[in-house]
Design a protein around this ligand. Sequence first.
Ligand SMILES: Cc1cc2nc3c(=O)[nH]c(=O)nc-3n(C[C@H](O)[C@H](O)[C@H](O)COP(=O)(O)OP(=O)(O)OC[C@H]3O[C@@H](n4cnc5c(N)ncnc54)[C@H](O)[C@@H]3O)c2cc1C
Length: 330
Amino acid sequence: MAEEIFDVTIVGGGPAGMFAGFYAGLRGMKFKIIDSLEQLGGQVSAMYPEKDIFDVAGFPRVSGKQLVKDLEEQLLRFKPLLVLGEKVSTLVKRPADNIFEITTDKGGKHYSKAIVLTLGMGSFTPKKHPNAEIVPYEGKGAYYGVLSLEPFKGKRVLVVGGGDSAIDWALMLEPICSKVTLIHRRDEFRAHESSVNKLKASKVDVKLWYELKTVKGNGKVEEAVIYENHTMAEESLPMDAVVLNFGFQASLSFLKDWGLTLEKNKIPVNQKMETNVPGIYAAGDIVTHPGKLDLIATGFSEGATAVNFSKTYINPNDKAEPGHSSNLKW
Ligand SMILES: Cc1cc2nc3c(=O)[nH]c(=O)nc-3n(C[C@H](O)[C@H](O)[C@H](O)COP(=O)(O)OP(=O)(O)OC[C@H]3O[C@@H](n4cnc5c(N)ncnc54)[C@H](O)[C@@H]3O)c2cc1C
């Protein structure tokens, strides 16, 4: 089959990639987005769709789910090719014609004149609890995220962890659950101060220096066994669900095989969002540059910059400046 060459291929369909895609469409570029997840939205869809976000310009308050829906609406008007559920495994620039050849773990092959990498923290897999006894309960009361509030309504829920995700989940669940308990193995949280203050003011039962030993139940979680990690004294709590957060595994070492420089698991970029490989741009949480902030708002801006400069890479006669969207006919 003849190779179909796209102008720009965006790897990663999180907020930065989705908005980069929108700009590719606005600039009349032929583009596709590839993501290893089955849905768009990156961390927002995978980790906190139900959470409210307050720091996206123009939205005083928006749920993660709604933000992704609006980004989708903005993006899909350009009818991009979406390749979901496929992880990009190799990226090679052909010396003969400078076309990038991309292969995915499903055997997909893609060809592109330029690339924008919006990989976030890589394809993220939650770090699992070391006790294998918990594995059979996954999806049956043991979860590594809160993708929908529905299964938790009226239930007794144990949240395990002390980072932003764990605290966000506990605060989201508290109003709709009969009881929420949060255990954390230390007495200091790794979360934002404002979230910790909200937690302290909430009805969530917070138990510090506690860890989860195991869960028990007949085919589904009915009990959580926790222990105080100084005395090792165990307690059994009747529970309908446990939500665990031990962070995520992110391996980005494969980026070196793509010829990219890495600095502490991030891709260094310049002000045009150029990486060290001509034709490969990057934006969002995956990048580092002086003053870098890992925020949705900054990812949007970097995505727009990356795509507009990729246009000038493809054709140096094109301008990076897109003009005002309100003046364009599209
Ligand atoms: C609990 C929580 C709350 C947050 N709250 C806020 C907030 O209130 N405000 C705010 O601004 N930010 C918040 N953030 C941070 C925000 O979500 C991130 O900054 C944002 O999602 C980064 O967007 P991104 O597009 O760069 O990357 P991501 O959202 O991480 O998306 C990257 C995408 O790339 C895909 N991918 C990675 N590797 C590959 C590969 N090899 N092949 C194919 N696909 C790949 C991944 O599957 C993923 O979908 C929060 C984060 C968390 C965890």
